[in-house]
Design a protein around this ligand. Structure first.
Ligand code: ATP
Ligand code: MG
Length: 387
């Protein structure tokens, strides 16, 4: 029988939270493998998963945070001949050098680890052209002799590391169609924040394609969570009100203050503990420290900016790695770019913001807007032909 063995990552160093982390990881794995009929057995150091379509499941597991290593392994009887036979079967198609690494956790097994390495090594040497190299082998064959059974495997696939999603509670990602915010979302998930996404759309100034693009981005980062909801905010009325009230060079500043206010209200309503976005310091006028200084104060919820200090090229590297880049560079614009003033203010003043905002009753528009948010949970249903 082959099964998947999971080695925990960073969480092995976390003393008291450990049990909770393992429970959460198991829950996340169950969710991500829900189409594979998984049966999960967990203990303090390992997790064993029996499921359908093992190879495909392993691929999905490479995107689950909190996993350090993934191994397809075989559970066999702790019988010397059975182990010899299986070891040879796993090694017969390999080339180059190997070593055997036995871990005898079950002390009732009659042969000590070192000695057993020689027994199995000798059997492989006799029956293949492989050579032994104990220092730098091409392949290591691992044999773990435990009370509940013997596990044998060769290749460890690297897991993605990080903390299990959810260890930090829920956060709200401001997700636009750009390159930066999906990367910010991925990095937040990696630290264990269970994110939902908030997207501001302004039809007819923004197109259905722009929304589909964001939906697709949400669906791609959802492979690292399995739990993401996309909240679509009807932003048109508010955006037009800002425009009609002559925000001019302050258009973006005020718009962003309104976005933060909405993110704040939504967080209060649904219990998000942080707002996350893709702001990167100095990238555009609204992302200077001076701008952030007048935009941020509309909320007292922590605002996390995972890519704040990264270069664009570093962000693009991650976007490529997580497969969002090609979607992000599709041309459909989101609402920020449409009302863009020619010369946005670089050093906005808070007094001026307050003066502009006095010109209209934004609070009632915000309330109406939040009441009319659309929530998307099933990304498969909305799959489009954008690409
Ligand atoms: P991105 O590449 O993520 O779009 P950007 O460089 O285009 O970022 P801005 O448009 O100034 O920068 O937006 C900064 C951040 O504000 C975005 O990363 C995103 O988190 C949030 N944001 C901007 N527009 C929207 C939107 N329409 N819906 C939701 N969030 C948005
Ligand atoms: Mg953008």
């Amino acid at each position: 029988m082959n099964l998947i063995l999971i080695k925990y990552g960073e969480l092995t160093t976390k003393g008291e939270n450990r049990e909770e982390f393992i429970k959460l990881l198991a829950k996340n794995i169950k969710n991500i493998l829900k189409d594979h009929n998984p049966n999960i057995i967990k203990n303090r150091v390992r997790m064993y998963i029996e499921c359908d379509r093992v190879e495909e499941a392993v691929k999905k597991l490479t995107k689950v945070f909190g996993i350090h290593g993934i191994v397809i392994c075989y559970k066999i009887d702790a019988d010397i001949d059975t182990i010899k036979e299986k070891a040879l079967e796993l090694m017969k198609d390999k080339e180059g050098t190997f070593k055997v690494d036995t871990n005898r956790a079950d002390k009732n097994f009659p042969i000590k680890s070192m000695e057993f390495n020689n027994v199995i090594g000798g059997h492989i040497l006799k029956n293949t052209n492989l050579k032994v190299d104990v220092h730098n082998p091409d392949t290591t064959i691992h044999i773990e002799i435990r009370v509940e059974g013997t596990y044998i495997y060769t290749d460890v696939i690297n897991g993605i590391g990080g903390y299990p999603v959810g260890t930090q509670g829920k956060g709200l990602l401001m997700l636009s169609g750009g390159i930066d915010s999906p990367v910010a979302g991925y990095l937040a998930l990696k630290r264990g924040i269970d994110i939902d996404c908030l997207y501001f759309e302004a039809p007819p100034h923004t197109s259905p394609e722009a929304k589909e693009k964001v939906t697709r981005l949400a669906s791609i980062i959802n492979e690292y969570s399995g739990n993401i909801r996309l909240l679509v905010v009807p932003f048109t009325k508010l955006q037009e009100a800002i425009y009609m009230n002559h925000a001019d060079t302050y258009m973006i500043t005020i718009m962003r203050r309104m976005m933060y206010r909405i993110a704040h209200e939504v967080s209060k309503k649904y219990g998000y503990k942080a707002i996350i976005n893709g702001e990167s310091i100095g990238q555009v006028a609204s992302q200077t420290l001076d701008s952030m200084g007048v935009i941020n104060p509309v909320t007292d919820i922590p605002v996390i900016r995972p890519v704040a200090c990264m270069d664009k090229l570093e962000i693009i590297d991650i976007a490529n790695h997580i497969d969002t880049y090609e979607t992000s560079i599709l041309p459909y614009e989101d609402c920020c770019t449409i009302f863009l003033p020619k010369h946005p203010v670089i050093k906005p003043k808070i007094e001026k913001c307050l003066e502009i905002e006095k010109r209209f009753d934004y609070e009632s528009i915000i309330k109406e807007t939040v009441d009319n948010i659309e929530i998307i949970t099933d990304f498969n249903k909305t799959k489009s032909d954008l690409l």
